[in-house]
Design a protein around this ligand. Sequence first.
Ligand SMILES: Cc1cc2nc3c(=O)[nH]c(=O)nc-3n(C[C@H](O)[C@H](O)[C@H](O)COP(=O)(O)OP(=O)(O)OC[C@H]3O[C@@H](n4cnc5c(N)ncnc54)[C@H](O)[C@@H]3O)c2cc1C
Length: 410
Amino acid sequence: MSELFNLQLSEKMEPVLEAVKAFIANEINPVEQEFHDSPKQDNIWMLSDRQSEIIDDLKSKARAQRLWNFFLPDWNGEGVSNLDYAYLAQEMGKSHLAPEVFNCNAPDTGNMEVLAKYGTPEQQQQWLAPLLAGDIRSAYAMTEPDVASSDAKNIATTAVLENGEWVINGEKYYISGAGDSRCAIMIVMVRTDPNPDAPMHSRQSQILVPMDNPGVEIVGPMNVFGDPDAPHGHMHLRFNNCRVPESNMLLGAGRGFEISQGRLGPGRIHHCMRALGQAEVALEMMIKRGLSRQAFGKPLIKLGGNFDLVAESRIELDSCRLMVLQAAKAMDVLGNKEARVYISAIKALVPKVTGEIIDRAIQMHGGAGVSQWTPLASMFTHNRTLRLADGPDEVHRMVVARAEILKYGQ
Ligand SMILES: Cc1cc2nc3c(=O)[nH]c(=O)nc-3n(C[C@H](O)[C@H](O)[C@H](O)COP(=O)(O)OP(=O)(O)OC[C@H]3O[C@@H](n4cnc5c(N)ncnc54)[C@H](O)[C@@H]3O)c2cc1C
């Protein structure tokens, strides 16, 4: 167990971390503002020509330097541990573009992991290869508007086998990335066993559905605090007698929960790692603003309780970092399944703390904090959604509480 307390970056990854930092500083930061300010297309779900040029150029440079697909367990034939990845993801989280530039963006990483772990050679050739190359993007469709989807056992979209094809019917919403015109494939959680007496955990399955399937209807984008978040988008989808070959099933009918156990752990911890990067950016912005503006004869940072808020932010952020590193280490040492309580603990804590730190930075910026002149408003709204996506805070607290109470035999 003492292994769980060795939270250092491995020596072999030290130069890689430095290379990631340098790439973000020298290649991404100089063009990031231009990317965001670039005029949108009439079709908001497509990148503009200039945006495509920027992102494609950055991706090919990152790939040429082998700063690519770090999340893969056998990265460059050596492997990046979850702990090492935590250090890298924290840096990537500081920039909006970086995760995609290094092909380490959600939800693609989780989908690639599923395909790598559970896909057949044919599924891997068709979908994993172009995802690993960064040529296409993907989505993961579980949540449904009509059932409480934080309990995955409620998922009601059906898939019925008919003449060698699965016929899918149902509705999903908030499917991230499904708006992006580059999104080619979706992993969809469906119910394959209609028997109401079937064991709860073997009713669900996960199946591959190409976005251009005529049975996939994009009803429209779901807004996030009033914004459609184009071109990524969080789509409301309907499956209308959507037919896919029997071979599109992942792992086997009834094994959807098994796949979720493998997929959601890494996805959740990646969100928390990137959130730490956002919290660092917010704290830096809060301090710089507080030092550079004066009111009532003093720098803002010295007024009222602001000094204290800086300390509180640093203390909370560093505590969160230690917990994230330990959860990553637990995944390395104990495995994803055994590490689930560590993962739930950070998922319930980190987005909440990050939100508070971003909120303090907004406050220190006055009106500019909620304006288009700083990234803080968008950081705040994105971070707020993390308290829902991949399981609301309460569900993760339930996991922690259950494990804690179990220690007393109940
Ligand atoms: C921006 C964004 C992106 C998303 N991306 C995706 C995506 O790509 N794919 C996808 O499938 N889904 C996605 N989601 C959906 C997200 O995962 C769900 O919203 C989330 O899982 C909760 O499900 P629900 O909305 O049905 O809420 P419900 O299950 O109805 O829960 C509502 C509330 O009930 C309370 N609650 C639930 N369980 C408990 C409990 N055990 N104890 C106490 N209180 C509880 C919580 O307060 C919870 O917020 C996204 C959501 C957002 C906002």
